[in-house]
Design a protein around this ligand. Structure first.
Ligand SMILES: CC(C)(COP(=O)(O)OP(=O)(O)OC[C@H]1O[C@@H](n2cnc3c(N)ncnc32)[C@H](O)[C@@H]1OP(=O)(O)O)[C@@H](O)C(=O)NCCC(=O)NCCS
Length: 222
């Protein structure tokens, strides 16, 4: 059921297609208590994310019985571990690494469909939309990628220093080897002082990967 994504050195990344009935039975009682009052779909997504996270922790030799969360919703990784979790209607994914190798990790998975126009307008500036529209495949292909990359930014910088960046405080720049590539790289350009401070001091590596009808995105900082 769980499948490995081998795309970042010194880390373990596991994902699973959804739905995957019964995963909530594997939750620790303290994890289950976090989602006691939520709808069944959210419960299933949470459980799938935790299953991937425990598998990733196990793969790096650092699994724990229970993976709780901070008041902001970020997973509380064991000391010395960095990681990230994401889920969408069709899949869940988690990545974990020894923080000696990666200081910040942000992951995202989305069903690979065009981002609705109103959402694209909300998360991308007019300049960014124009730039992405000029790439092979146009805005329909790249708007979702830029949105996902920005979610990864949030998952990296918020646990690091508490910054909550707005979507217009960074711009995402993609590069790829050929137009047909299912993999691409991205960089994050800070557009505000707050974003510059939040991203300062680390070397960032952004990756995208399309497979199985899904778009996986990852930002890693060290
Ligand atoms: C936190 C956020 C990114 C989550 O995105 P989402 O579309 O709801 O869902 P995903 O499945 O991709 O991610 C959910 C997981 O993110 C993780 N998460 C939640 N808050 C987090 C935080 N502050 N820091 C790191 N990870 C966090 C959790 O593991 C959560 O899953 P879980 O509750 O099952 O453990 C989103 O809700 C949000 O607040 N976005 C606005 C901030 C933003 O992206 N700004 C733009 C920055 S340029």
């Amino acid at each position: 059921m769980l499948q490995a994504l081998d795309w970042l050195p010194h880390s373990a990344c596991l994902w699973t297609p959804l739905p995957q009935p019964g995963l909530d039975a594997a939750l620790h009682a303290d994890e289950a208590a976090l989602i006691a009052d939520v709808a069944p779909r959210r419960r299933a997504h949470f459980a799938a994310g935790r299953a991937c996270a425990h598998a990733a922790l196990n793969a790096i030799g650092r699994d724990v019985d229970v993976l709780l969360r901070s008041v902001d919703g970020a997973p509380l990784w064991p000391n010395g571990v960095t990681g990230s979790i994401s889920h969408c209607p069709d899949a869940a994914v988690a990545i974990a690494a020894d923080s000696a190798h990666w200081t910040a990790l942000g992951i995202d998975v989305e069903s690979d469909r065009a981002l609705p126009d109103d959402a694209a307008e909300y998360v991308l500036s007019a300049v960014e939309r124009e730039r992405l529209a000029a790439l092979p495949g146009g805005l329909a292909r790249w708007a979702l990628s830029a949105f996902a990359a920005k979610e990864c930014v949030h998952k990296c910088v918020h646990p690091l220093g508490g910054a909550f960046l707005e979507f217009d405080e960074v711009a995402i720049h993609f590069s790829f080897d050929t137009a047909a590539d299912q993999a691409a790289r991205f960089t994050v350009e800070p557009l505000s002082v707050k974003a510059r401070i939040a991203l300062a001091g680390l070397e960032w590596r952004g990756k995208l990967r399309r497979q199985d009808g899904l778009l996986f995105s990852l930002l890693a900082g060290r």
